[in-house]
Design a protein around this ligand. Structure first.
Ligand SMILES: Cc1cc2nc3c(=O)[nH]c(=O)nc-3n(C[C@H](O)[C@H](O)[C@H](O)COP(=O)(O)O)c2cc1C
Length: 247
């Protein structure tokens, strides 16, 4: 069986994972809940967003643990700029002696939107294009048309520096008067960084900047640096409750 491992906070990576499963078979696992090392699968497809020209912390922490004998295919997705993130992924897999076969990159709607809103017409345009790109990835995997990015200037230092500052984002989150303390943010945070203390939602110092709480709060009650009226984003083609599930 193919193991499709994914990390996703707003559903883009899950959407890609589901398309891959639909066309290639296999089973989908949410990385933060997955405790194995991939050895039970015939091959592994990792679907991950690009974060800070690198990868989410869960992906960075998982790859060194992955079974080195298993064929690994990576599908990265990004909102606006890959820079060297694909080559950085290649280098990191090589450094960890992984059996990396291919890396594909797909543009999806941007979700790092704390300071701006992406216009709706642009989101639609990106989503439409993504479908044909994902099908091209399916075709490439089926026909073993593998692809590894050529050497590029990577920004590993910048990436690691950014990662070490992600916790500060959580420190800038606050809830506003729309918060009904439903606890949804507490349940979806992949690192358990949110709690209720004295009947108030409190953000700790373990934030990994996925922005899942910010985008998926049903009342848009989580605000960043008191900025108002920014659109939230959830991939419109998936059932939001499936984000974080194994499928
Ligand atoms: C912390 C963070 C950093 C990001 N960094 C980048 C980046 O360097 N380049 C880029 O094009 N998109 C970046 N993005 C956007 C996401 O890669 C993109 O929207 C992705 O499709 C989100 O996937 P998801 O919905 O599965 O979480 C970033 C998003 C977050 C939350």
């Amino acid at each position: 069986m193919i193991g499709i491992l994914y990390f996703s906070s707003t559903g883009n990576s899950l959407y890609i994972a589901k398309k891959l499963k639909e066309n290639l078979g296999g089973k989908i696992f949410y990385l933060p809940k997955y405790s194995g090392n991939g050895s039970e699968f015939e091959k592994i497809i990792l679907v991950t967003p690009i974060y800070s020209f690198g990868m989410p912390k869960h992906v960075y922490d998982f790859l060194p643990k992955l079974d080195k004998s298993k064929e690994l295919i990576v599908v990265q997705n990004y909102g606006g700029m890959v820079a060297g993130a694909d080559y950085l992924m290649r280098e990191y897999c090589t450094k960890n002696n992984l059996n990396l076969k291919s890396i594909y990159v797909v543009q999806m709607p941007e979700n790092f939107t704390l300071s701006f809103s992406v216009p709706k017409f642009y989101l639609k345009k990106v989503l439409k294009k993504a479908d044909s790109k994902i099908l091209a990835v399916v075709d490439a995997i089926k026909n073993e048309k593998y692809n590894l990015p050529k050497k590029r200037k990577t920004k590993e230092k910048t990436y690691l520096k950014n990662m070490s500052n992600w916790y500060k984002i959580g420190k800038e989150f606050k809830t506003n008067e729309n918060c009904v303390k439903c606890g949804k943010c507490i349940g979806l945070c992949p690192v358990g960084n949110i709690s209720i203390v004295d009947e108030k939602i409190v953000f700790g110092d373990k934030c990994v900047a996925c922005l899942g709480c910010y985008h998926r709060c049903p009342n848009k009650a989580i605000v960043y640096k008191n900025k108002k009226k920014k659109n939230r984003y959830i991939n419109p083609n998936i059932n939001e409750n499936e984000i974080g599930q194994d499928i």
